[in-house]
Ligand binder design. Structure first.
Ligand SMILES: Cc1ncc(COP(=O)(O)O)c(C=O)c1O
Length: 422
C-alpha cells in the first residue's frame, strides 16, 4: 500500500565527501550524536521531533494567535487530546521529559520505588534524581516483546511496600519500539489496584502500539478506539508529542484525579509557563492538535510502521542481522563481533560508508525512521550502505570518555587504526 500523502515541499540533502566524513567523525569522537546535522546525508539517529508536518499542521501554525493566557490553541488542544485519550484533564508541556519531571515531583518521595516494562533514559533519570529507585521488569516473549513481566511485578509488590508507581512505556522503547498487549495493560491495572499503586503510561508512541495491537490481535477496532481502551485502564499518562504526535516539539499529561489539578498547575507555572501555554508557543499547540488528529489515522501510522518493516527487509536482503520481531519506529542491528565498542564501531563505519547517521544504544545500533521524511528509495539506499559497512572488519575503538549518566549520548572514542585501513 502506498503512503497516504504526496510531497509539497522538499529539502535538499547535504552531500558530504568521504574525507569530510572522516574528519567529522573524528571531531565527533566517533559518537554519532556529536555529528553536526549538516554533516549527515540521511539521518536515522532519532524519530523524535524529526518528522515532517502536514500542510494542515503548517496552516494551523500560521493561524494560531499568540497570547499569554486563555489561548484558543490551548482550548483546541485539550478538546482533541480528551477525545483521543479519554482523560478528564489535559496539561500540555514542552517535552515528554518536562512531564516526567513535573509528575514525579508530585507523585514520588525519596525512597519510593517505580516499576516498569523498561524506563526510557530520561524517565529513569527523573525518578533517580528524587532519590527513588526505577526498576525494569521486562517480559520479552514474542510477539509482545514490550510487555511487563506480570509475575515479577506481583512478586515485587508483595515484598516491597515502597512501590508507588507502575509505568508502562508503550511502545516499549527497547529494540525499536516493541508492543505492549492490551491484556498486559489490563492485568497491570488489576495488580496496581490490588496493591493500591498508580498505573501510568509513558505513551510517546501510542499510535504505533495501537497499530501493532490491531495487527497482532486481528482487532477490528479503530486506532482511536484501541487508544481509548489502553488509556482507559491507566490512572494517568504522559507523552512526548515529538514521536507519534507528529509535532517537532511538545508533550502532555493526561489524568482523571482532580486532586492533581491544582498542584500540577502550580508546578507548571513554576517551571514551564502559564498552564494554558505549557511552555509552548500557541503555534506549537496548534501543530500538536492537528498532529494528534493525524496520528490516529490508521493510514498515517500504518505507512510509518510499513516503512520501518521495509527497511528491515532490505537490511536482511543485504545480509544484516537485525532484531526480530521488528518494532514500530526503528530497526535494531546486532553488530558483528563481540568487541566492547562494536556498536559504536559499526555506526562509525555506516557513517563513513555513506553519510548515514544511526543511533547507538548500549550494545546495539538503531536506525530510527522519522515520520513522513524519507522515501523507500532512501531506505533502500540506507540498507545497502549498512550492508557494506556490516560486512567490513569493524574498526577498533578506544573509549576516552564515558560519563556515568547518559553515556550513549556523551561517550567519546578514538580510532587508532582507521587511517591505516583506508
Ligand atoms: C519512551 C520515551 N519517553 C519519554 C521520552 C522523552 O520525551 P522528550 O524527548 O519529548 O523529552 C522519550 C524520548 O525519546 C521516549 O522515547
Amino acid at each position: 500500500m502506498h503512503e497516504p500523502y504526496r510531497i509539497k515541499v522538499v529539502e535538499s540533502l547535504p552531500r558530504v565527501s568521504p574525507s569530510a566524513r572522516r574528519k567529522a567523525l573524528e571531531t565527533a569522537g566517533y559518537n554519532p550524536f556529536h555529528l553536526q546535522a549538516g554533516e549527515v546525508e540521511i539521518d536515522l539517529v532519532s524519530d523524535s521531533g524529526t518528522g515532517a508536518m502536514s500542510s494542515r499542521q503548517w496552516s494551523a501554525v500560521m493561524a494560531a494567535r499568540e497570547d499569554f493566557s486563555g489561548q484558543e490553541s490551548f482550548r483546541d488542544f485539550v478538546a482533541v487530546a480528551k477525545e483521543v485519550f479519554g482523560f478528564e484533564h489535559i496539561q500540555p508541556v514542552h517535552q515528554g521529559r518536562a512531564a516526567e519531571n513535573l509528575l514525579f515531583r508530585l507523585l514520588l518521595r525519596s525512597g519510593d520505588v517505580a516499576l516498569s516494562n523498561t524506563f526510557f533514559e530520561t524517565t529513569r533519570a527523573n525518578i533517580e534524581v528524587l532519590g527513588c529507585e526505577a526498576r525494569d521488569l521486562p517480559d520479552t516473549s514474542p510477539p509482545w516483546c514490550g510487555n511487563i513481566d506480570l509475575e515479577r511485578l506481583e512478586r515485587t509488590l508483595r515484598r516491597n511496600r515502597r512501590v508507588r508507581l507502575i509505568l508502562l512505556t508503550v511502545t516499549n522503547n527497547i529494540e525499536g519500539g516493541q508492543p505492549v498487549s492490551l491484556e498486559n495493560i489490563v492485568r497491570a491495572r488489576e495488580i496496581a489496584d490490588a496493591y493500591g499503586v498508580l498505573l501510568a503510561l509513558d505513551a510517546s508512541r501510542f499510535a504505533g502500539n495501537a497499530y501493532l495491537v490491531k495487527k497482532l490481535s486481528g482487532s477490528r477496532k479503530s486506532i482511536k478506539g484501541l487508544c481509548r481502551e489502553s488509556f482507559g485502564r491507566s490512572h494517568l499518562a504522559f507523552l512526548s508529542l515529538k514521536k507519534d504526535g507528529l509535532a517537532n516539539v511538545g508533550g502532555m499529561i493526561g489524568f482523571n484525579d482532580h486532586r492533581l489539578l491544582e498542584p500540577l498547575a502550580q508546578e507548571v507555572i513554576r517551571q514551564e509557563s502559564y498552564p494554558s501555554a505549557g511552555g509552548l508557543a500557541a503555534r506549537d499547540l496548534a501543530a500538536m492538535t492537528v498532529g494528534l488528529q493525524e496520528a490516529v489515522d490508521e493510514r498515517v501510522i500504518g505507512a510509518h510502521v510499513r516503512s520501518v518493516r521495509f527497511l528491515a527487509d532490505e537490511l536482511k536482503n543485504n545480509g544484516v542481522e537485525i532484531f526480530e520481531p521488528v518494532g514500530a519506529h526503528g530497526v535494531v542491528i546486532h553488530p558483528r563481533g563481540g568487541d566492547e565498542h562494536a556498536a559504536n564501531a559499526l555506526a562509525a563505519e555506516i557513517y563513513l560508508e555513506g553519510g548515514v547517521r544511526a543511533g547507538v544504544f548500549d550494545e546495539t545500533v538503531r536506525l530510527a525512521v522519522p515520520r513522513r521524511v524519507y522515501t523507500r528509495d532512501h531506505l533502500r539506499h540506507v540498507a545497502e550502505i549498512v550492508g557494506w559497512a556490516y560486512r567490513r572488519q569493524p574498526m577498533n575503538l578506544k573509549c576516552v570518555h564515558r560519563p556515568a549518566e547518559f553515556s550513549n549520548f556523551f561517550a567519546r572514542f578514538e580510532a587508532t587504526e582507521i587511517e591505516r585501513r583506508r
